[in-house]
Design a protein around this ligand. Structure first.
Ligand SMILES: [Zn+2]
Ligand SMILES: [Zn+2]
Length: 315
């Protein structure tokens, strides 16, 4: 589970929702079999807690399960970025309701993946608009079709190609599309006054990323997308990341974007070197870390290897 960097003391942690209570109660029956440390780890693991953290001004993040949610709650309106899963979205809506009774003006989807959009259904009657890139909408629909389940699908009703803008009170919210990267439909959203940018899954902070080649991802273009983002915003901007490795925050700065660029560039140069020297995909799948980007760890290095293989083979 992702850790959040706590920027100030405005943090609320909810530990005892009903389901985790039942889960905990279930665990207690077998409790004497386990070392105390493991029991404590289970009882207080992040999986049982959701967090609302204020970042700056009216903006902040919600974390529980799935891609980090960004939010803006002001007296003039509410914006939510990504929706995790239905249960998590309901927790978030409960938190929003303790702060404001306004309608949600916009729910953005940074891209189509289920850990960012499955909670859209919870916003069915609550959100004025769901906004996404046009490719993201297409991907949401085709993935649901492949799963054979389109009944819980709440698709974006507003899509755009390059930029989208909305003013709410004294805040301007601008969304950008810089081309294929993690998928072919990743957008980033900037709260200009608070200077907070949600970059979705363009950043897996020090954690092996998912690269959705089937949905039009491009590692090479991903690198230049991150470079464009760094050039677009100043050093004061706080960035929200879709995912982070254990003990790394889901927010950060341009240095973290640069580090992700370095991971992707190191991956491509390692793979192209090894492929030129004739190594097979099977051999390369034994790779434990990417030379030059050893900070990236965790499960799923094979996703990087497979995607880079596919991309370089087709060049
Ligand atoms: Zn994700
Ligand atoms: Zn994703």
């Amino acid at each position: 589970m992702s850790k959040v960097r706590v920027q100030n003391s405005n943090v609320k942690i909810m530990k005892s929702n009903r389901r985790s209570f039942i889960k905990t109660a279930g665990l207690l029956t077998g409790i004497s079999m386990l070392p105390m440390q493991e029991v404590l780890a289970m009882l207080f693991s992040d999986e049982q807690a959701w967090k609302m953290v204020n970042l700056r001004g009216n903006t902040g993040i919600f974390t529980e399960r799935g891609g980090t949610i960004g939010w803006m709650i002001s007296r003039d309106g509410i914006v939510v970025i990504d929706s995790q899963y239905r249960e998590q979205a309901e927790h978030l809506i409960g938190e929003i309701r303790t702060r404001s009774l306004l309608k949600v003006d916009i729910l953005f989807n940074t891209h189509h993946h289920g850990d960012h959009t499955s909670g859209n259904i919870a916003f069915k009657l609550l959100a004025g608009h769901i906004v996404a890139h046009k490719n993201s909408k297409k991907n949401q629909f085709t993935s649901a079709q492949k799963r054979g389940n389109t009944s819980d699908l709440i698709l974006p009703d507003l899509t755009f190609e390059n930029t989208f803008q909305k003013k709410i009170g004294d805040e301007t919210i601008r969304a950008y599309y810089f081309g294929p990267a993690h998928t072919d439909g990743d957008i980033i959203i900037h709260f200009e006054k608070d200077n907070v940018v949600h970059v979705g899954d363009l950043i897996f902070n020090r954690r092996f990323p998912y690269i959705d080649t089937a949905a039009g991802a491009s590692i090479e273009n991903w690198i230049s997308v991150l470079e464009k983002i760094r050039n677009q915003f100043d050093n004061d901007a706080i960035f929200i990341f879709g995912h982070a490795n254990e003990n790394y925050p889901v927010t950060g700065n341009k240095e973290d974007l640069k580090a992700m660029e370095n991971y992707l560039a190191s991956l491509l140069s390692y793979m192209s070197r090894e492929m030129t020297s004739g190594r097979s995909l099977e051999e390369l799948l034994n790779t434990k870390s990417i030379p030059g980007a050893e900070e990236w760890t965790g499960k799923g290095i094979e996703r990087s290897i497979n995607s880079a293989w596919e991309e370089l083979r087709n060049e």
